[in-house]
Design a binder for this molecule. Structure first.
Ligand code: HEC
Length: 154
């Protein structure tokens, strides 16, 4: 019973140490401000949309696409890979194709057909693409920026 007198004091000492620690962390700059380890800046808005699914004007919306994309968020790179080469299994039966501009033109696409695939989900022959490929709603400038970015992928 005698020793328990010290317990409140021990509690107080821990609180003081905790507050001192928080003050020390605050004076060193909050580590929480640097939690994001992805790209801090993007070479273009097209790259930003490709990697993140969000442009400078905000998120790019879409129809279709797998349920998990809405939960987890992401851009073209989530399925087609940061290098655009695709081939990644996507928790679905289908893997995403290579979408580097050179690979798309080799498969019969031109800029207009690429834009149509991205927004309307139609392949180069007009065939409907698998619903795993989201149908993106983006402005003409954003589309131009994304296609320009596909051209930079080697
Ligand atoms: C949730 C995964 C997913 C995301 C995100 C995604 N795609 Fe796709 N994409 C696919 C799949 C799967 C296909 C293949 C569909 C098929 O073959 O029927 C495809 C097909 C395509 C095609 C047609 C390629 C071909 O060979 O016919 C283009 C172009 C394309 N995607 C571009 C994009 C762009 C640009 C974005 C970002 C704005 C994007 N995709 C985001 C999964 C995705």
């Amino acid at each position: 019973m005698r020793r328990s007198r010290w317990y409140p004091l021990l509690g107080l000492a821990l609180i003081v140490a905790g507050v001192a620690g928080l003050l020390a962390m605050a004076s060193l700059g909050s580590p929480a401000a640097n939690w994001w380890t992805g790209p801090q800046s993007f070479v273009s808005n097209g790259q930003r949309i490709f990697l993140m699914g969000t442009g400078v004007e905000g998120p790019i919306t879409y129809r279709e696409g797998p349920f998990w994309l809405g939960m987890h968020g992401g851009g073209c790179a989530t399925c087609h890979g940061a290098d655009g080469r695709g081939g990644r299994p996507m928790m679905l039966d289908i893997s995403a194709p290579d979408v580097r501009y050179s690979a798309l033109t080799a498969r019969g696409y031109d800029e207009g057909l690429i834009a149509r695939a991205i927004t309307a989900g139609l392949g180069s022959q007009g065939q409907p693409l698998d619903p795993a490929m989201p149908r993106w709603q983006m402005r003409a400038e954003e589309m131009a920026e994304v296609i320009a970015y596909l051209k930079t992928l080697r």
